[in-house]
Every structure is written in structure tokens, then in C-alpha cells.
Design a protein around this ligand. Structure first.
Ligand SMILES: [Zn+2]
Length: 162
């Protein structure tokens, strides 16, 4: 990971909480953060896919994808896999928002018939950054340190699940 990146992630995490009028250790709702970044979350059902495609994406191949990020000029939209548990969708959404906030450019872009770009194939380094940044957004370092010291450890799981 590039030098200074972890500190940048913590600064962005703190700034997101300030922008959303949250205290430094409060959980950050990925949907609220998406709205703050003006990223649209598209409901999977709104894609109006045919039944075969829905079965393929949610049952047959339901584990093969977590989220899709689409871009139309400066507008980003994210579709989450509805077959996954809410806890996973939360972290997947924050991961995708990290790619957006960090301005990551994928090595492969597919363009749909309607002109949307489907972003895919980020580099390994970009994936590591999005993982780290997404986790820092969900749980700032200050909150995780506080939890690690607190007893019982229930406190920590509450923050991750919130
Ligand atoms: Zn990614």
C-alpha cells in the first residue's frame, strides 16, 4: 500500500463523520455516505432483468459477485447483490464507495447499450486500498481501539453489526 494511505483513509473516515454530523466514533451508514457522495444505489429489482438472469445472478452464481458500480459521465450508481446478508452488503457498499471516493480507474470498462459504463477489474493495489478504506470508513481507528480496550467484547461486535 502506498505511503501515507492508511492515514489518508483515517482522515477521510473522520471527514465523512464530520460532514454527516456524527461523532468521531459513531457508526457510518454506507447508504447515508452514498447519498453524501451523490452516488445512487440502484435496487436490483429496478434493473428489470428477466427471470433467468435473476436466478443466475442470485441463486446459480449468487456468490460470484457482491456489487456492481456503474458510471454515466460523473454520475455513479451501485447495485448490490440482494442475495447477500445485510452485514455483507454494508461492507460491500462501503468498498465500492471507497473506489469512487479514491477515484480509482479500472483497467476494464464495459459499456451497456444504454451508455452506462460498468466498472470492473481494478488492480490488486486498488482492491487492497478499497478494502482498507472501506473498513476505515465503517469503523474508524479510534472506535476500534476503544472497543479493543472495552469489556465485554460485545461492544465491538455491536459496532460491526450496526
Ligand atoms: Zn473492489
Amino acid at each position: 500500500m502506498r505511503r501515507g494511505f492508511k492515514a489518508l483513509a483515517e482522515r477521510n473516515s473522520a471527514a465523512a463523520r464530520r460532514d454527516l454530523h456524527l461523532i468521531a466514533t459513531a457508526p457510518l451508514d454506507p447508504w447515508a455516505f452514498a447519498a453524501h457522495l451523490k452516488v445512487v444505489i440502484l435496487d436490483f429489482a429496478s434493473l428489470a432483468l428477466n427471470e433467468d438472469a435473476v436466478t443466475q445472478l442470485t441463486v446459480t452464481d449468487g456468490e460470484s459477485w457482491s456489487a456492481m458500480t456503474l458510471r454515466d459521465h460523473d454520475q455513479y450508481a451501485i447495485v448490490l447483490n440482494p442475495a447477500h446478508a445485510l452485514t455483507r452488503r454494508r461492507s460491500d457498499l462501503m468498498h465500492e464507495l471507497a473506489h469512487v471516493q479514491l477515484g480509482h480507474t479500472p483497467s476494464r470498462v464495459e459499456v451497456s447499450k444504454t451508455g452506462f459504463m460498468l466498472l470492473g477489474d481494478f488492480s490488486d493495489e486498488q482492491e487492497q486500498e478499497a478494502d482498507w478504506h472501506g473498513a476505515a470508513l465503517l469503523v474508524p481507528r479510534e472506535a476500534s481501539c476503544r472497543c479493543a480496550r472495552s469489556k465485554p467484547p460485545l461492544e465491538k461486535s455491536r459496532i460491526f453489526m450496526a
